[in-house]
Design a protein around this ligand. Structure first.
Ligand code: HEM
Length: 477
């Protein structure tokens, strides 16, 4: 019998082994049983799961007015029926721009748009420094993987896709590499556990300290730009905003891994890559394998009709952009035998909360994929594609590991480091004397780590150990 409200029980659990491995099958089953909206159980809590393209777009575009992002408008939460230790609750209650409505959201969002603009305008010196930094980080990570070998095995998730955007986070935060390393390790703990509670507290303390430092001595970095755009951010508010940055950058790591798998397994895409159509391929992967499969909850402000159901005021909806992008009403326009894609997909969101950083995330991914193609003569999956392990998550579509066999492309001369100006993994100084302040600037308020190689030891020791195939030293273990 089809339930007609979220209080009907039992509801089908969404997060299952089948969902981890074959989410598209689960989407299609739910779609054929319920239509574009299905009642499901999300880790023990009932939610409406929205699968239809039109319905997801409708809710995204009406965020704030008819569909709140603020957890206080969730009836079950307000009535104390959501367990305090329900895993996604810390994130949903973060009380930053990603989870606010109305004027608070508009003001915070304007600050984010201003803070990210310098990195997304190709003519801006910050964007150019960013591009050089991304290339340098790619090379540093490939250097660690390939040190002393011409062929071998690597986990491109742990050794490349995940650390790269989080090194970018250090750059955007304007902090020295040693602080950046610790931040990277704690972010992994926060997202994957164990010790996510401890990691949250340490990150919050770091962001609070960073806020104080940047208020005193502004630099050319995101926290300083956010403060310049909205000087009345309190320290607590800004520290909460800063969580958004590394979290979204970690999604960029997932997009990189998903793009690498596509590049290896889809000969048509590989052929397109060789003609330089990397950005097009990245857009297609973002659409077909969205790193954020489901965006975080919205809550109905008033009773609303959605799909075949009436959603009660205060009910939560979980929007599946992965299912919406595959909705036959949208996807039938695309043929499988082309690399062309459409910009109408919902992987970057839509409406007031749409991603303000689409260009930067695409740029990081494009450079990361291009650099792999340049540095490796051959890359092959070390596991059949259907055996790749996925991270169980209500929101992300992310690989846990991406084992590959590689063959290094022989260097035809000294590797072009015109972009780099920096070391391999040892943390030695670049021409500006700093590893942390690309673009020749010393990040304000933080010591340069460049002349202290040991300062980079946490992340680099972890990455170098992975080279030998040792997984016993995972962050958080
Ligand atoms: C592949 C990488 C990324 C994907 C797929 C992605 C996707 C998205 C999506 C779908 C949203 C809307 C969420 C919602 O409606 O609830 C969003 C919002 C946001 N993204 Fe991105 N994003 C990515 C990378 C980034 C990066 C690198 C940054 C920052 C440097 C960033 C900053 C933000 C912020 C601040 C918001 C909140 C905007 C708001 O609520 O108004 N994103 N992103």
């Amino acid at each position: 019998m089809i339930p007609d409200s979220l209080s009907s029980s039992p509801l089908e659990p969404l997060i299952t082994r089948e969902y981890d491995t074959e989410p598209a099958l689960v989407h299609e089953r739910l779609r054929s049983t319920y239509g574009p909206v299905a009642p499901v159980d999300l880790l023990g809590v009932p939610v409406w799961f929205v699968l239809g393209y039109d319905e997801v777009l409708h809710v995204l575009q009406n965020a704030g007015e008819r569909w709140s992002k603020c957890v206080a408008n969730w009836r079950a939460f307000a009535e104390g029926r959501v367990p305090a230790d329900w895993p996604p609750l810390t994130l949903l209650a973060a009380d930053n721009t990603g989870f606010q409505d109305g004027d608070r959201h508009r003001e915070g969002r304007a600050a984010w748009d201003a803070a990210l603009r310098p990195y997304q305008d190709p003519a801006h010196p910050q964007a150019q420094a960013m591009e050089r930094a991304i290339l340098r980080y790619c090379d540093e990570l490939v250097d660690v993987i390939t040190e002393g070998t011409s062929t071998g095995l690597a986990d491109l998730c742990a050794q490349y896709g995940r650390p790269l955007p989080l090194m970018v986070a250090g750059h955007l935060f304007g902090i020295s590499i040693d602080r950046g390393d610790n931040l990277v390790m704690d972010l992994w703990r926060l997202l994957d556990g164990p010790d996510s509670g401890g990691a949250f507290q340490r990150l919050y303390a770091t962001f609070l300290e960073l806020t104080t430092v940047k208020r005193r001595r502004p630099g050319e970095d995101v926290p300083s730009y956010l403060l310049a755009a909205k000087p009345d951010f309190t320290d607590d508010e800004l520290a909460r905003e800063l969580f958004l940055l590394p979290a979204f950058l970690d999604f960029t790591g997932s997009l990189i891994c998903n793009a690498v798998v596509e590049m290896i397994t889809n000969p048509r895409l590989r052929a397109a890559l060789s003609t330089g159509a990397i950005e097009e391929v990245v857009n297609r992967v973002a659409m077909l394998k969205p790193a954020i499969a489901n965006v975080t909850l919205r809550y109905a402000r008033a009773e609303a009709k959605l799909g075949n159901f009436t959603i009660a005021a205060g009910d939560p909806v979980l929007l599946s952009v992965a299912a919406a992008n595959a909705d036959p009403r949208m996807a039938s326009a695309l043929s499988d035998d082309t690399v062309r894609s459409t910009r109408a997909h919902l992987s970057w969101g839509a409406g007031p909360h749409r991603c303000p950083s689409r260009r930067l995330a695409t740029q990081i991914t494009t450079i990361a994929v291009r650099r792999l193609l340049e540095r490796f003569a051959a890359l092959g999956l070390a596991l059949p594609p259907d055996q790749l392990p996925w991270r169980p998550s209500p929101f992300m579509r992310a690989l846990r590991a991406l084992p590959v066999q590689y063959e290094v492309r022989p260097a035809s001369g000294p590797r072009d480091r015109s972009h780099a100006g920096s070391s391999g993994i040892s943390g030695s100084t670049d021409s500006s004397g700093s590893t942390g302040g690309e673009g020749g600037r010393q990040p304000s308020g933080a010591p340069a780590a460049g002349d202290r190689p040991a300062a980079r030891s946490a992340l680099w020791t972890f990455l170098r150990r992975l080279r030998g195939g040792r997984r016993d030293d995972q962050p958080g273990a």
